[in-house]
Write a protein that binds this ligand. Structure first.
Ligand code: UDP
Length: 415
């Protein structure tokens, strides 16, 4: 697996680490459990990192030196792709030919590396975009920076070169075909999963006590990377609107924001805190740094509603994790979120990003105990439809079908 710009060993929820890191670490671990060895190549960001680290039995992470031993912005990474590719090719050259069977690249920067390695090694390339520049640019938050044309071109090249493309949802599969000209038969739709052993329902009271939050509070939570695309500001505006409508909530409402700055959000890391002050909800808003799995479970269990107000989301792991913990989700009706959340069953989908619409949706779930109970029960059942085992089954199918068509292609070329 190629994961140039972020390592599955990093804590997700800030910077470049998010759902893709979880995806790689979960699917690689599941493959290894089935006897398939996985090596994940990622760029070394510190001289303290060992050249090779074990993520789980059967899963190695290789830190490839490419550029300075420090984090680089995504705009700086394309200049390091030659160095990275050279590191990947040299690693393989230490082995007998035929050491790797399949390359799975994650995100377009890795796809650029994978395309060359595929030709050198004579093995198929399977690519997952995770996000697409054309889709992101069509749904930008006000004032957010568009993805550059170089990325669009890079993605188009990978779509043309990869043997198989993995899309998170049918919507993304259509985007690959319609916007990028992918061959429909090359696209596999594979739902991401959720760790159903970790994300389980549990005592709300205990979770609140552990977080130091009052048992009778009305808690709205957001978890994820803090950047305009994820729109945590929409939640703050909505909370302020709820308070205007019902001032008696002032002593009970808590807005919990979990995560750290990322992407264009890094330019103004304090912006969300300043917004809470401007909106007069500083007292109701709590910020927590990115939380590792078990602590995140506490956050989901403590919340009455988890909000996912993103302008775009190719799937939305947070939405499924929260539901697996028995918490209804109010999400924007964009990208993969209508798959992750069953509207009116396990949560609500909001077609706009207007504060009053969000305030109405959040209140209708958080402040109506009967409805909340129903949605919470359905949320657990809905989340059970997803699992990393199933994701891995489908990825292995994609690998197998890539191998067959790659083999056929090689025979054709040889003839
Ligand atoms: N996450 C985490 N700790 C945090 C916030 C988020 O571990 O404090 C994880 C979360 O469990 C989820 C991932 O980060 O698996 C975010 O994935 P999602 O698909 O929601 O968003 P993405 O980061 O891919 O945009």
């Amino acid at each position: 697996m190629l994961s140039v710009h972020t390592s599955p060993l990093e804590q997700p929820g800030t910077g470049d680490a998010g759902g893709m890191n979880v995806y790689i670490s979960q699917t690689a671990t599941e493959m290894a459990r089935r006897g398939i060895n996985v090596e994940v190549f990622t760029r070394a960001t510190s001289s303290d990192q060992p050249p090779v680290a074990e993520l789980a039995p059967g899963v190695l992470v290789r830190h490839v030196p490419a550029g300075p031993f420090e984090p680089l912005g995504r705009d700086e990474l394309p200049a390091q792709l030659c160095a990275f590719t050279s590191g990947v090719l040299r690693t393989e050259a230490f082995h007998e030919p035929g050491y790797y069977d399949v390359i799975h690249s994650h995100y377009w920067l890795s796809g650029q590396v994978g395309w060359l390695a595929r030709d050198r090694w004579g093995v198929p390339l399977v690519h997952t975009a995770h996000t697409l520049a054309k889709v992101k640019n069509a749904a930008l938050a006000d004032g957010d920076t568009p993805e550059p044309r170089t990325r669009v071109i890079g993605e188009e090249q990978i779509v043309a070169e990869a043997d198989r493309l993995v899309a998170n949802t049918a919507v993304e599969a259509r985007e690959l075909v319609g916007l990028y000209g992918a061959a429909p038969q090359a696209v596999h739709t594979v739902s991401p999963g959720v760790d159903l052993d970790r994300f389980t329902p549990g005592s709300k009271a205990a979770a609140r006590a552990e977080l130091g939050l009052p048992a009778d509070a009305v808690i709205l939570a957001f978890a994820g990377r803090i950047q305009p695309l994820k729109a945590p500001d929409v939640l703050l505006h909505a909370a302020a609107a709820m308070l205007r409508r019902d001032p008696s909530l002032a002593d009970r409402l808590v807005v919990l924001i979990v995560g750290g700055p990322s992407g264009s959000g890094l330019e103004q890391p304090q912006a969300l805190k300043e917004l809470a002050v401007t909106l007069g909800i500083e007292r109701q808003t709590r910020f927590l740094p990115p939380q590792p799995g078990p602590a995140l479970v506490r956050v989901y269990r403590a919340a009455d509603v988890v909000a996912v107000p993103s302008y775009n989301e190719s799937f939305g792991l947070v939405a499924v994790e929260a539901q697996a913990c028995g918490t209804p989700v109010v999400a924007a009706e964009v990208g993969g979120l209508p798959v992750a959340v069953a509207h009116g069953v396990s949560g609500l989908l909001v077609p706009t990003h207007r504060a009053r619409d969000w305030a109405g949706a959040l209140a209708s779930v958080a402040l109506r105990p009967e409805r909340h109970g129903e949605l919470a029960a359905n949320a657990v059942a809905h989340a059970r439809r997803f699992s990393w085992r199933r994701t891995t089954d489908a990825l292995l199918d994609a690998y197998a079908s890539a191998s067959v068509s790659f083999g056929a292609l090689r025979t054709e070329v040889a003839v």
